[in-house]
Structure formats: C-alpha cells, structure tokens
Design a protein around this ligand. Structure first.
Ligand SMILES: *[C@@H]1O[C@H](CO)[C@@H](O)[C@H](O)[C@H]1NC(C)=O
Ligand SMILES: *[C@@H]1O[C@H](CO)[C@@H](O)[C@H](O)[C@H]1NC(C)=O
Ligand SMILES: *[C@@H]1O[C@H](CO)[C@@H](O)[C@H](O)[C@H]1NC(C)=O
Ligand SMILES: *[C@@H]1O[C@H](CO)[C@@H](O)[C@H](O)[C@H]1NC(C)=O
Ligand SMILES: *[C@@H]1O[C@H](CO)[C@@H](O)[C@H](O)[C@H]1NC(C)=O
Ligand SMILES: *[C@@H]1O[C@H](CO)[C@@H](O)[C@H](O)[C@H]1NC(C)=O
Ligand SMILES: *[C@@H]1O[C@H](CO)[C@@H](O)[C@H](O)[C@H]1NC(C)=O
Ligand SMILES: *[C@@H]1O[C@H](CO)[C@@H](O)[C@H](O)[C@H]1NC(C)=O
Ligand SMILES: [Zn+2]
Length: 643
C-alpha cells in the first residue's frame, strides 16, 4: 500500500505540476473500474440487442404464420439465444459490480443478473418453449360450430365468437358459445399446464427467487407490491359493487329472474365478453338514459368507410398532435393490421419492438368498431414507448414497470374518446354535457374500466397462488371460480368440474403473460390523465370554470406531450416511483384520479340502487364445481329421484 502511494507521489514530482491531460491519464482505480464496467456493458448491450432482434423476428414469423416449421425455427433461435444469455449471465455473476460507485451502472448489472427463463437447462428451456407455444397455438386456432348448425364449424374467437357474444341477446346461444369456447381452448391445454407451472417455478428458483410469481413481481420494485394492489382494491371495491348491482338489475329485467337472480353473482355469459372482463356491450340494453345518445361510434365508423389503416392513422395523428413521434415507414410496411385469410395467426392484438431501433410492428385482426379503435390507441401507445426509449441500453428498453407500458395508449384513448373529441372528428353529433349525457357517457366508460379491475386482479390472484403452491393442479378450476366469485361477483352459466380448465380459455394464461400489469395500468392511467390535463391547462381542481376530468381532451397539447415524452424516454432506467413522480408529482399508485373521474356516475348509481332497493354485493352461487363430470351427472340423477 505505502509503496504504491510513494510511487504515485514520485511520478507527480517528476512531471511537475500536472496539466489537465496528465490528470486524466492518471485515472483513479475507481475510474478504471468504471471504464472497464462500461466496456463490458457496451459489449453485452450490442450482443443482446442482436440476439433479441433474432428472437423477435423468429417469434413474429411464427405468431403471424402458425406452422410447424416456423415454430421449430423459433424454438431453435430461442435456444441459441438462451445459451448466449447463460454465458453472459455467468460473466456478470463473476464481475464485482455490486460496489461500483455509479448507481446507474449497478442498476444495469442488477437487471442483467436476473436472467429469467434462459437459466433453465437446455432441455427444460426447450420444453417450456414448446408447452407455451402449444397452448398458444391451441388457443389461436380453436374453432367451434355455429349455434344449432353443425354444418358450419369454422367460428373463430376473432372475429365471429367475439362479435356474437357482444351482440346476441339469446341467453341459450350465449351459454352455448361460452361453453363451446372453453371446450375448444382451455380443456384442450389442461394437461399441459401443471408442467408449465413446474418448469416456470424451477426457472424462478434458479434465479434465486422462491417461485415464478415472485419473478413476475420483481419488476414492480417494491416488496409490499401485492399489499399495495390489495389496498387499491379496497378503495375501488365500493364503486364496483354499485356498478355490479345496477348491471345485475338491468340484466334481470332483460333476461328474467330465473336466469339472473336478485342477490347472486351475475352469470358470466350475459356480460358481452367471453371472460366478463369488459362489459361495454351491455350498454345497449342497460344505459341509464335510453332516450339520450350512447357514445358508441361503431355505426358511424362503418358508415364513413373506416378501415384498419384509417383507424391506425387516426391514432397516430393523436400522438403527433402532442408533438410525440410518428410511426416510422417500416411500421406501416411490416405491421399486420388485418386478419389474413391464407394462414392461421395469433389474432390477439400485440405491439412488437425488434430491438434494432428501426423495426416496430403491430399485429391486430382489426375490425371496424369502437372497441378496436380504442385497442389501436392502446397498441400504438406501446410503439410510442418503444420509440421514445429506443436509445436506452437494451436492459432499460421496457416500461418503468409493466403497468406503465399498458397505460400509455389508454391515456390517449381517454382523451380521444371524449364526446367532445368524437364530435371534433365527426364520429358523434351530440356532445352536450347535461347530466343525462354525462351519466350515459361515464356509464359506458365504467363498463370498460371499472368492471375490468376485479377481473385483472382475480387473474393473477389465481396464478400467484398456483405458483406459490397454494392451489394444486387438481383444484385449478374450482379455485378459479372461487376467486372469480369473490372478486367479480360472477358465476359460470353451468356447473363446472375439474375436467374443465377455464383459466386456459384466456389468452394471457396460456401465453405466459403476467396480468397484474393491466390492473396497475387501469389505476395509473387516470393518474397520468389528470397530470397531463393539468399540464395542458385543461383541468385544475381549484378552478371550477375548467372542465371536469372526464371531459378533458389533451389533443394538440405539446406541453402535455413533452411531459409524457420525458417520462417515456426513461424506459426502466429509473425505479417506477421516479417516473411516476416526474409526471404526477406522486411516488405511489393512487386511485383518487379514477374515483374523481367517475364520481358523477358513482353518485348516480348509488342513488339509483337505493331507489330500487338493490342488494349490494352477492350471496354464494348455487352453481357447483366438483372433481368430475360424472359426479355432476350422478348428483343430478339423485336430485330428480328426490322429486
Ligand atoms: C408461412 O410459413 C411457411 C413455412 O412454414 C411458408 O412456406 C409460407 O410461405 C408462409 N406463408 C406466408 C404467407 O408467409
Ligand atoms: C438450429 O439452427 C442452426 C443454425 O441455423 C442449425 O445448425 C441447427 O441444426 C438447428 N438446430 C435444430 C435443432 O434445428
Ligand atoms: C469491490 O468488491 C470486490 C469483490 O467483491 C473487491 O475485490 C474490490 O476490492 C471492491 N472494490 C472496492 C472499490 O470496494
Ligand atoms: C346441414 O346439412 C345437412 C346436409 O346437407 C342438411 O340436411 C341440414 O339441413 C343442414 N343443417 C342446417 C342446420 O343447416
Ligand atoms: C443464486 O445463488 C447462488 C448461491 O448464492 C449463486 O451461486 C447463484 O449464482 C445465484 N444465481 C443467480 C441467478 O443469481
Ligand atoms: C382505407 O381507407 C383509406 C382512407 O379512407 C384509403 O386510402 C385506403 O385505400 C383504404 N384501404 C383499404 C385497404 O381499403
Ligand atoms: C416538439 O418536439 C421537438 C423534439 O422533441 C422539440 O424540439 C420541439 O421543441 C417540440 N415543439 C414544441 C412546439 O414543443
Ligand atoms: C344438472 O342439472 C342442472 C339443473 O337442471 C343443469 O343446469 C345442468 O346442466 C345439469 N348438469 C349436468 C352435468 O347434466
Ligand atoms: Zn398492451
């Protein structure tokens, strides 16, 4: 030690007073270490960018053309990439990065030190890939027969089944579609799911995490994140209960008390959506003021000759009006915006980053409906995020947390779907803001946004418990329904058994996509909306002359765009709490934006439910869930014997 110091002193004496140049050549050991660390990160960044690009191309080729050949290539490329990740990770594990003085470099290494599924041994990794691909393939290619017409067995989820569920008002047909879809999708992948759970947990443990749920949760950078999610739900539940009670009464009046009880869970097949996750379609039969306009612009879009491209151009124009980035030419060239009829593809809408800074794509089987218009904004929000953080290192090219990524496009849609904005672009005639119009409008929004919250929470309540081993494979389905009943207050239209696998009838379950991100998104998008509206000078809680939150439209506000852009550019380079603070001044998720947005609706629903003396909440379902179908049939016989 001493010797080294002496040598340094001697060197300075020989050179005399150091000039600026000589001080930079005699860098401190820490500077050398930082330079060295940056060099390693640069190398990893380049290599992993190339691998991510290769894997994404192969995944896209498969998802947009579901052939065995394309799957084999995808698995092959993924395996090679996993080998690279393993090698890279070992290098990182051996590198003494924990005590680097630069917190940003430590953050990059920290992220690289949790390699995910790639740590699985080759055979197990390949098996995991094949299981997920196989489940996703079953889901994406499932077909059912038309109701009462065994001659047409070519109904796909998108578009036929989805549109029938949204538009039919025949409860028998709806029940049929609900049951048949689950036979063709979930039931078929039931046998694969336990092994998927096992392999996922093995991977998590190799990452030194106790299970795969914990692996999913690490991206939220808070030990008490599940508690935060639950606290939000306690805040939001009262408003869900009011919406639930009102919708149940409307459905009872429509379908009769034999089908919809006064105080039970709502039968899941009547809510206009395969998973009862968004109830927008029931607005047609349940809108508070039927004489008033319902802000459903589907008919207008069809009338005006909208097509897929025009829908996405409209979404793009909104981003551009905020002075955010327009979609690059390659986006228009490579995206798949309509369902092709020469091959099977994964129709579930998605947005893709190819990690080369140039290639970004959306794949969506677009239909000309209001729903798809909103989805187009949603997907383009992902692309805008990709574009804004494309110059970050690869490890930071992700949302501040997964919920942020899901929220961006929805924030655009909150403005773009106000009656005022729809009128501006010729999709609505009447943008009057009398009480009845406001309630109708908020009701349609509430069916989309409030009804979704307990669904999203239930999805991962179930999966967290599955990965934690609290739900065993022989109770998957009945526990699924317990949780759906507890949070959503829904019940299946028919008795169920463990021979069914209803979770597997939902895309994100079979495609291995974590779901609490959507719950987070549906809360924080109102926080973002509020902050951007304030920045746009459209909204100020102290100034009653300005519009309320639900009428605010940030269109053309370059200030709001700049604020949003500055957050998007961060990617995941900072903890999400920092990104949240940048945009909203708060460091926590906060439901008060959502509560304020919907306040007039909640007050109206509460008064209405009191008027009709509705039961708030639900009593236990009378539908059964047992181990086997044989049991159901047997006990049915016993029942009739008693009579
Ligand atoms: C789909 O993939 C197959 C290879 O499995 C290829 O022969 C075919 O041309 C592809 N179809 C399209 C439309 O790209
Ligand atoms: C994967 O691709 C590489 C390179 O193209 C090829 O050499 C190898 O045989 C392939 N492996 C499998 C299992 O297909
Ligand atoms: C950092 O930690 C490594 C081993 O983990 C050690 O060898 C090295 O001396 C430490 N460096 C500093 C600057 O503390
Ligand atoms: C189905 O096709 C058969 C034979 O062509 C025909 O007899 C029957 O009426 C058809 N059923 C329906 C519901 O169209
Ligand atoms: C997990 O912990 C073990 C023992 O401390 C260590 O050898 C291994 O590198 C760790 N794995 C990861 C992915 O951090
Ligand atoms: C879609 O609509 C746009 C504008 O209305 C039009 O220019 C374009 O040709 C249409 N595309 C298709 C495939 O019909
Ligand atoms: C629009 O964005 C560009 C690039 O981010 C910026 O330089 C410019 O100042 C912005 N324009 C306005 C009017 O804010
Ligand atoms: C049992 O009876 C109930 C009520 O009649 C009926 O809804 C259900 O479909 C029957 N289940 C089976 C498996 O037959
Ligand atoms: Zn999304």
């Amino acid at each position: 030690m001493l010797r080294v110091i002496l040598l340094v002193v001697a060197a300075i004496l020989v050179v005399g007073f150091p000039s600026d140049e000589s001080s930079s050549t005699t860098e401190s050991p820490e500077q050398t270490r930082l330079k060295d660390a940056k060099k390693l990160l640069n190398k990893i960044n380049k290599e992993s960018g190339l691998w991510n690009n290769k894997v994404t191309i192969a995944s896209w080729n498969y998802a947009s053309n579901l052939t065995k050949e394309n799957l084999a290539t995808k698995v092959n490329v993924s395996l090679q990439s996993a080998d690279y990740v393993k090698k890279m990770w070992r290098q990182v594990a051996e590198y003494p990065w924990q005590n680097l003085s630069d917190p940003d470099l430590r953050r990059q290494f920290q992220k690289l030190s949790v390699p995910g599924l790639a740590v699985l041994p080759d055979a197990a990794y390949e098996e995991h890939q094949n299981i997920v691909s196989s489940m996703e393939n079953t889901y994406s290619t499932a077909k059912i027969c038309e109701y009462k017409n065994p001659n047409n067995c070519d109904l796909a989820l998108e578009p036929e089944i989805t549109e029938l569920l949204a538009n039919s008002q025949d409860p028998e047909q709806l029940k049929y579609l609900w049951v048949e879809w689950r036979k063709a999708s979930g039931e078929k992948v039931k046998s694969l799911y336990p092994r998927y759970v096992e392999l996922s947990n093995t991977a998590a443990q190799l990452n030194n995490l106790s299970n795969y749920a914990q692996y999913w949760l690490k991206d939220y950078e808070a030990d008490d994140f599940p508690e935060q999610v639950d606290a939000l739900w306690q805040q939001l539940k009262p408003l869900y209960l009011q919406l639930h009670a009102y919708v149940r009464r409307q459905l009872r009046e429509k379908y009769g008390p034999e089908i919809v009880s006064e105080d039970g869970p709502i039968p899941a097949h009547l809510l206009g959506n395969m998973w009862a996750q968004e109830w927008g379609s029931v607005s047609k039969i349940s809108v508070p003021f039927p004489g008033k306009q319902i802000p459903d612009v589907t008919a207008r879009m069809v009338e005006q000759g909208y097509n897929a491209t025009r829908i996405f151009r409209l979404a793009e124009e909104f981003f551009v009006s905020l002075n955010l980035t327009r979609m690059p030419d390659l986006f228009w060239k490579n995206s798949i915006l309509e369902k092709p009829n020469d091959r099977e593809i994964v129709c579930h809408a998605s947005a893709w980053d190819f990690y080369d800074g140039k290639d970004f794509r959306i794949k969506q089987c677009t239909r000309v409906t209001m729903d798809h218009l909103l989805t187009a904004h949603h997907e383009m929000g992902h692309i805008e995020y990709y574009l804004q953080y494309k110059d970050q290192p690869i490890v930071y090219r992700e949302g501040a947390n997964p919920g942020f990524h899901e929220a961006i496009g929805d924030v655009m849609a909150l403005s773009a779907s106000t009656p005022g904005h729809f009128k501006k672009i010729g999709l609505l005639d009447d943008d009057s803001v009398d009480t009845e119009a406001i309630i109708n409008n908020l009701y349609v929004k509430g069916l989309e946004k409030i009804a979704f919250l307990p669904f999203a929470y239930a999805m991962d309540r179930w999966r967290w418990s599955v990965f934690q081993g609290k739900i065993k494979s022989d109770e998957y389905n009945c526990r699924w329904w317990d949780i759906a009943e507890e949070y959503q207050g829904i019940e299946p239209p028919v008795d169920r058994s463990e021979e069914d696998f209803d979770p597997g009838a939902k895309y994100h379950i079979v495609a291995d996509v974590e779901y609490i991100r959507y719950y987070v998104s549906f809360v924080i998008q109102f926080q973002f909306h509020k902050a951007l509206c304030e920045r746009a000078g459209q909204y100020d809680p102290q100034n009653p002359k300005l519009k309320p939150l639900h009428q605010c439209d940030i269109y053309q506000s370059k200030d709001a765009g700049a604020l949003l852009g500055s957050m998007l550019q961060l990617g995941s380079s900072k903890p999400w709490q920092d990104a949240m603070e940048l945009i909203s001044g708060q460091r926590v998720m906060d439901a008060s934006g959502l509560l304020e947005y919907f306040n007039p609706l909640i007050e109206w629903l509460t008064a209405e439910n009191q008027k009709t003396n509705e039961y708030i909440g639900w009593k236990p379902t009378t539908k059964r869930c047992v181990k086997t179908r044989a049991e159901l049939i047997k006990s049915n016989k016993t029942n009739s014997d008693c009579k």
